[in-house]
Ligand binder design. Structure first.
Ligand code: VG1
Ligand code: CO
Length: 560
């Protein structure tokens, strides 16, 4: 079909600035005339001339507005010289699946439609992010370019008459101003499932899950929270690993996640935690809306902190065929993540990197061959098989560790702590606070803790005394390209290695979310209750930051 592109006049919107991972706003904002079109045009333009004749991947977590946005993107890519698009059926692709597809197809990049763990539906959030040719979220320099373009945009290009049915797999070819444009609507799961089969020993895992190798089937409860992972979970755990239907729940991706808040933590994955706490399951797992986060709990809902999860996987990495084949390079974590993995790295003689919050900071180190496993305290774990965190990968890694050790999750953790000691960790989130007082709080705290007189001060609470060793606003120099990222979070490090970290979220869609991270290491006292062990340091953090005064909040919205 011969079609032609047209140019539409537009004016800039304020605030099209990608945050920690893409641009996230209320759906109401994205549906304003030209809002989505402007941002897409800026993404395409930020690629410069490379966009001509390029291949891009497009898909998202299936939330409200994904299908509509996908159609807009197809029409705009056609008008902007892209030559081929891989589009997930019904616009569905998990974030890890997009990353995998970009890499397997040597695409120029991908447009991911998701607001990740933020709620969905007409009244909630939507998001758009660009991933580059390595399959990872665009780095700061690139997103800054998108933002700069968004402040000066005057027009966008679109083939308004292009009709495409994304509900069925198949290839459509169009003639746009005399040039071919191909849209491949692809099965959303098959490439990803094959990728997982290359990484893990599915035959071994199948015997373990079905009980053939142990005498009793593994009792799993995998909760997709009505997010995108549902389709992937069914194919992997039911079809390939032979788990029974009752091992998986909430596996139909819904536009509003069925009203669930698709964030896999102890607060929002309440149904999973309550069910597993009754004692009938060996492992419980949940994912976020776009499938890059994971939460792991053991029998009786024994909670594995994401920082510990990373460290345990690091310890046993070589039980996974992919790492036997490709070797184990360094490890990494984001700054607020507890440093449990550092201890494993030290023992195994591996490099360990500490980067700012956000997966985009791991990409260069992976591309340079210095990093193979990394994680964040925000329920993110992943490896260099792709350039995003990967929820299902993490569950398969845990099943591999369980199969390899023949032990349950609690026993694996206790054994780990007996070798390395334990990093007690918690995060307090204060969601939807007013922005101005939060900015004032951060400014006041920065001034206070960076005053030279702050180092050496002692704080006491609950019978414990902590002496400040260093305090700063974290800044990071990328070891590969030497780019510098400043103001990545306030941190106070005490003499005994305990830490208080505070930063404002970069993924919210309105107001401000304050994140307070508390990390305390114990060599021998490893079986305490985290909330009690961390109470003194939490009180000290609230005292130093004066958070209740600035935010008016006496309790966090979410504790993890
Ligand atoms: C949060 C997490 C961060 C994660 C980011 C994206 O960012 O803290 O660790 O990388 O979300 O994850 P922030 O700026 O709100 O703290 V996802 O699954 O929302 O793409
Ligand atoms: Co996510």
């Amino acid at each position: 079909m011969a079609l032609s592109a047209s140019t539409v006049k537009t004016t800039p919107f304020e605030g099209q600035k990608p945050g920690t991972s893409g641009l996230r706003k209320k759906v109401k904002v994205f549906v304003e005339p030209n809002y989505t079109e402007n941002f897409i045009q800026c993404i395409l333009d930020a690629n410069g001339s490379a966009i001509n004749g390029s291949l891009l991947v497009v898909g998202g977590d299936g939330r409200y507005y994904c299908k509509k946005a996908t159609e807009i993107i197809v029409r705009m890519c056609a008008a902007n010289g892209v030559s081929r698009l891989l589009v997930g059926q019904n616009g569905i692709l998990s974030t890890p699946a997009v990353s995998s597809l970009i890499r397997h197809n040597k695409a120029l990049g991908g447009i991911v439609l998701t607001a990740s763990h933020n709620p969905g539906g007409p009244e909630n959030d939507f998001g758009i992010k660009f991933n580059c040719e390595n399959g990872g979220p665009a780095p700061d320099a690139f997103t800054n370019k998108i933002y700069d373009l968004s402040t000066a945009i005057k027009e966008y290009k679109i083939v308004a008459g292009l009709q495409i049915d994304i509900s069925k797999p198949g290839t459509s070819t169009f003639d746009i101003n005399g040039k071919p444009f191909v849209v491949d609507v692809i099965d959303s799961v098959s490439n990803y499932v094959n990728h997982m089969k290359e990484i893990f020993d599915f035959a071994k895992l199948r015997d373990y899950v079905s009980g053939k190798s142990t005498g009793k089937p593994l009792k799993m409860r995998i909760d997709s929270m009505n997010g995108v992972t549902g389709s992937y979970v069914r194919e992997i755990f039911l079809t390939n690993l032979g788990a029974s239907e009752d091992c998986v729940v909430h596996t139909t991706p819904l536009e509003d996640f069925g009203g669930l808040h698709p964030d896999p933590n102890l607060t929002y994955a309440k149904d999973l935690v309550e069910t597993v706490s009754k004692g009938d399951y060996d492992i419980g797992a949940a994912f976020d809306g776009d499938g890059d986060r994971n939460m792991i709990i053991g029998n009786k809902a024994f909670f594995v902190t994401p920082s510990d999860s990373l460290a345990v996987i690091a310890h046993y990495l070589e039980c996974i065929p992919y790492f036997q084949k490709n070797g184990v390079q360094g490890f990494a974590r984001s700054m607020p993540t507890a440093s449990a993995v550092d201890l494993v790295g030290a023992k195994l003689g591996k490099e360990v990197f500490e980067v700012p919050t956000g997966w985009k900071y791991f990409g260069n180190l992976m591309d340079a061959g210095r990093l193979c496993l990394c994680g964040e305290e925000s329920f993110g774990t992943g490896s260099n098989h792709i350039r995003e965190k990967d929820g299902i990968w993490a569950v398969l890694a845990w099943l591999s560790v369980m199969q390899h050790t023949g032990k349950g999750i609690e026993e694996i953790l206790k054994n780990h702590w007996s070798i390395y000691g334990r990093n007690y960790f918690t995060r307090y989130d204060y969601e939807e606070c007013d922005l101005d007082p939060c900015n004032q709080m951060m400014a006041a705290m920065e001034k206070n803790i960076t005053n030279p007189a702050f180092a050496g001060k002692s704080y006491s609470s609950g019978g414990k005394t902590y002496k400040v060793k260093v305090a700063d606003n974290f800044s990071y120099t990328d070891p590969v390209d030497k780019s510098v990222s400043t103001k990545q979070g306030l941190r106070i490090v005490f003499e005994d290695g305990s830490r208080i970290v505070m930063r404002l979220s970069g993924t919210g869609s309105s107001g401000a979310t304050v994140r307070l991270y508390i990390d305390s290491y114990e060599k021998d006292n490893v079986l305490g209750k985290a909330s009690e062990m961390l109470k003194p340091l939490i009180d000290i953090a609230l005292e130093i930051s004066e958070l209740p005064k600035f935010t008016g909040r006496n309790a966090p919205t979410v504790i993890t």
